[in-house]
Design a protein around this ligand. Structure first.
Ligand code: NAD
Length: 248
């Protein structure tokens, strides 16, 4: 029970990595506040022991402040929400760019601004609090074709993470970024289905993973639990790769 007595909020917990993380954290004893813009998706978590659900659009600054006011101080915050914009710089409109930046980066700024005061109070009280920001191997770590907005915004997540880690390193509040490889989630399935040749698209996604398979959400959750737990108490400001060897 590595997260016993910890209250942890997770964004984008309606499906995919966020949902699996909510379940994994609850199994480790946490009180999990599972949030998502899509309240219908959260229904699958209703009744799961240790999990409470709250609708939250991370692009809505007022809603974030209202939620932070309503909740007790957190021990852990997992900023998981993010989207993939497909295309090179030639396909990228100002509108696409602004949306990717807003959802993938600015949302995390808003969440941290609202929840860091409470995280610091908890860190003063218990000696430990943690933020985990979702980045990607497609970031400052490595470039991938057709991932201009995605790679740039996920690189910004790593910069944001290091800056927050530096600001609070003496206050027992840690901040790390997670950089997964290609994970089999509903959003990946959507990208495969919308490709001109879905069969080939799936083969291409698998081919870029040297282990010869996609990651499952369960390949990620042990690291997510670890980074939110006191087991990682000397780890901060790091971009942790869980990429099946893509960046060896
Ligand atoms: P997913 O599409 O399966 O789930 C995304 C969830 O985000 C959905 O439940 C959706 O309702 C929610 N969401 C969308 N907009 C939101 C908003 N404005 N506010 C709150 N919630 C919102 O996605 P996933 O593949 O599990 O990805 C989750 C995170 O992991 C993203 O940040 C993604 O960039 C990152 N990531 C995914 C992969 C991958 O291969 N799947 C790899 C690296 C990083």
């Amino acid at each position: 029970m590595r997260l016993q007595d910890k209250t942890i909020l997770i964004t984008a917990a309606g499906q995919g990595i966020g949902e699996a993380s909510a379940r994994a954290c609850a199994l480790e004893g946490a009180r999990v506040i599972a949030t998502d813009v899509n309240a219908d998706l959260l229904v699958a978590l209703h009744g799961v022991q240790g999990i409470e659900t709250r609708p939250l659009d991370v692009t809505d600054a007022d809603a974030i402040i209202a939620l932070a006011t309503d909740l007790p101080d957190l021990d852990g915050l997992f900023n998981c929400a993010g989207i993939v914009h497909n295309g090179s710089v030639l396909d990228l409109t100002d509108l696409d760019w602004a949306f990717a930046l807003d959802l993938n980066v600015t949302s995390m700024v808003r969440m941290c601004r609202a929840f860091v005061p409470g995280l610091l109070r908890q860190a003063d009280h218990t000696g430990s609090a943690a933020i985990l920001n979702m980045s990607s191997m497609a970031s400052s770590v490595k470039g991938f074709p057709n991932r201009t907005a995605y790679g740039a915004t996920k690189a910004a997540v790593i910069g944001l993470t290091k800056a927050i880690a530096a600001d609070f390193v003496t206050r027992n509040l840690r901040c790390n970024a997670l950089c997964p490889g290609t994970v089999d989630t509903p959003s990946l399935r959507g990208r495969i289905a919308s490709a001109p040749d879905p069969v080939q698209a799936e083969k291409d996604f698998i081919a870029r993973q040297p282990m010869g398979r996609l990651a499952t959400v369960d390949d990620l959750t042990p690291t997510i639990v670890h980074l939110l737990s006191d087991g990682s108490r000397f780890v901060t400001g790091q971009a942790i790769l869980v990429d099946g060897g893509v960046t060896i």
